[in-house]
Every structure is written in C-alpha cells, then in structure tokens.
Design a protein. Structure first.
Length: 206
C-alpha cells in the first residue's frame, strides 16, 4: 500500500533595478541598486502535505557607486564601492512544527512532516572597494589599480536537525516497537539527530 498526498506549488518573485547617473564636469557619478526576492513553498518531497508546508526563501541585493574622474586627456581615475548581500536558499518550517521530527513508515512509502532538511540556510555579505588608474599615451594604454574585498558568510546547514524516526512497518509505529535506537555523532561536539527504529525480531527459545 502506498500513501499519496498533494500540495500546491507556486512562486512569488519581485525584481527591480534603480539607476542614477550624474555628469559633474570632469567627473561622472553612477549609482546602481539591484533587488531580487523569491518565495516558494517548501514541502517534504516524499509526501507533500499542506499543513507541513514551509518556505524556501532567496533574497539578493546589490548596491554600487562608481565615480569616474577625467584628470586630463591622458589620465582617468575610476573608483567603485559596492555591497552585495545574498540570502538563501533558506528553508523554514512552520512555527507549530519547528520541533516536530519526521516520521517514516517504510512499507507505506510514507514520510510525515516538513521538508526533511529544514530548517537550514545560507547567507553571504560582500564588501568591495576598487580604485583604478588609466593612462593613455598614443597607441598605448596602461591600467593599474587595487581591489579589496571582505566576505561574511554565516551558514546553518545541519541536516535533519529536528530528528527523523524510521519504522519498517505501520504495526511497529502503532505499537512503538523499538529494538534499537541509535544516535550517530558527527566529528566534533554537534550531534546529528538521526534515529532509526526497527521492528524487533522474536527468536524462539530452543
């Protein structure tokens, strides 16, 4: 017997760009801002159910300021500062089920609960400064400069942090037959919350 379920699928995306330019004599100032926002439902792919629907969120922002200074007919200086922020994909579970483990019943091909790897997420912030100098002499162009970047990237990628219980049969789940419950520990002090439950086998006394 196979248990089947359905859940809606859609996406909600917002994108826009803001540009600004100003000519100030020998200087040109340019400003850019890019915005992207995406939201889609996050389901357990084995058995999608609306009540366990979470959110998969992705956000991107970028702001750039560029100043180009024509010092003379042969020398041009360009300065650029930018900030980029990338968030996601961030997998979030409904608040009511933030501590709810997934329950799998093998014989039914059933896995009840939110998306198995949620919650988890990734973020990256990049700060950039660039200054370059261009020198033109006849047919020759020389260009040099300096660039500096700083990265800040917090992550939360612990899989199955809510735990997952795996029963071989519906009877084992109903009667809570537990022969062995094992917890595997990853390298370091952080436990991987993965528990496996098997139906006990009965060996007759000889």
């Amino acid at each position: 017997m196979i248990f089947q379920s359905l859940a809606p699928a859609f996406s909600n995306q917002h994108d826009f760009t803001v540009n600004g330019d100003a000519n100030l004599g020998k200087q040109q100032l340019r400003v850019r801002f890019l915005y992207d926002r995406l939201r889609i439902p996050d389901f357990n792919l084995t058995q999608p159910q609306p009540q366990f629907a979470g959110t998969q969120a992705s956000d991107s922002r970028k702001a750039i300021i560029t100043d180009t200074w024509t010092i003379n007919s042969r020398l041009i200086n360009e300065f650029r500062a930018s900030y980029s922020r990338l968030i996601g994909p961030v997998l979030a579970v409904p608040t009511a089920f933030k501590n709810f483990p997934n329950i799998a019943i093998d014989e039914l091909n059933s896995n009840t609960g939110p998306e198995e790897n949620a919650p988890q997420g990734y973020g990256q912030n990049v700060y950039q400064l660039v200054d370059s100098l261009t020198y033109i002499r006849g047919r020759h162009t020389l260009k040099g400069g300096v660039e500096g970047r700083k990265y800040i990237a917090p992550t939360n990628v612990l899989q199955r942090s809510r735990g997952e219980w795996d029963y071989t049969s519906l009877n084992g789940f109903i009667n809570d037959f537990v022969l062995r419950a094992s917890m595997a520990l990853c390298a370091g002090p952080v436990p991987v919350l993965w528990r496996t439950i098997t139906t006990p086998s009965i060996v007759p006394a000889g």
